[in-house]
Structures are given as C-alpha cells and as structure tokens.
Write a protein that binds this ligand. Structure first.
Ligand SMILES: Cc1cc2nc3c(=O)[nH]c(=O)nc-3n(C[C@H](O)[C@H](O)[C@H](O)COP(=O)(O)O)c2cc1C
Length: 131
C-alpha cells in the first residue's frame, strides 16, 4: 500500500459547493481504484491523504496535480505503508462529522513529528481550520 499526503493552495475559495463537488467526483473514481482518504480545507489551502495500491495512488496523484482548482502542490509524505490509517472512506471531508476526528488527530501528530518545512506548513493549514 502507498500513502501520499500533500498540501496545496486552493483556487476555489471558501465555496463549500465546490468542495463537495470535488469529494463527490473523487468518491466515484477512488471507489473504482480502491483508494481511500480524507480532504481538509481551511478556505485558503487543501490538505489531502490518499491511501491505496502503489500505481493507483500514483495515477490519481498525477490527475490531482494537473487540476486547475489548486496550485503549489507540495508532497509532505509519499511512502509504502502496511495499512490504512485514515479510515475506509473513498474520500471524505475532514469536517464531515466526528468519525473524521481520529484522522485529523493522526495527521496533526504526523505533522508535528516531521521536522520539515512542508510538515510545518501542513500543521499550520490544519490548525487554521475553524471549529
Ligand atoms: C483538492 C483536490 C482533491 C482531489 N482529490 C481527488 C481524489 O481523491 N480522487 C480523484 O480521482 N480525483 C480527485 N480530484 C479531482 C482530480 O483532480 C480530477 O479532476 C479528476 O480525477 C478527473 O480527472 P480527469 O478529468 O483527468 O478524468 C481532486 C481535485 C482537487 C482539486
């Protein structure tokens, strides 16, 4: 299994309908590809986790990189893992109910433990989410 965590700068603003559209289309293709993950947005940035097979995650990340709805994609982590850590949702907004909280807790712990500039940025993005 492969896990990718990245951050980006959103060009969709705070439009929740746009965010839901991204999640809806992601669920459709991720289900087919056996990919799961979560999506965080603070209005200005995205953070996303993708988990699944090596090639499937790579192909999905290639499409995400080419998406004009965000820029400045910065991969914080791309590694082989033994199991999923962010649930079994094909994709889920991180503010979508309490079931998402363990994923956010895990992500913050990861971001704090990595002493890199991209992980620091990830931490700041998650902490800037209201609520
Ligand atoms: C922040 C963000 C997250 C996305 N997450 C996914 C995802 O998890 N899976 C996916 O298939 N597409 C995701 N997309 C959409 C892809 O970028 C792309 O639009 C979609 O896969 C359709 O690609 P295609 O037009 O080349 O078929 C995401 C887009 C954005 C902006």
């Amino acid at each position: 299994m492969r896990r990718i965590i990245y951050t980006s700068i959103s060009l969709t603003g705070t439009d929740l309908a746009e965010l839901d559209a991204i999640v809806t289309e992601s669920i459709a293709s991720n289900t087919k590809a056996g990919i799961t993950g979560m999506l965080w947005s603070n209005g200005a940035n995205f953070a996303q986790v993708l988990e699944g097979g090596h090639d499937e995650v790579g192909a999905t990340m290639d499409r995400i990189r080419a998406d004009p709805r965000h820029v400045d994609i910065e991969v914080v982590l791309d590694r082989a893992v033994v199991s999923r850590q962010f649930g079994n949702w094909a994709m889920r907004r991180a503010d979508d109910g309490e079931a998402s909280t363990p994923g956010t807790t895990f992500l913050l712990g990861f971001a704090l433990s990595e002493r890199t500039a991209s992980a620091k940025r990830l931490y700041e993005i998650i902490m800037a989410i209201e609520g």
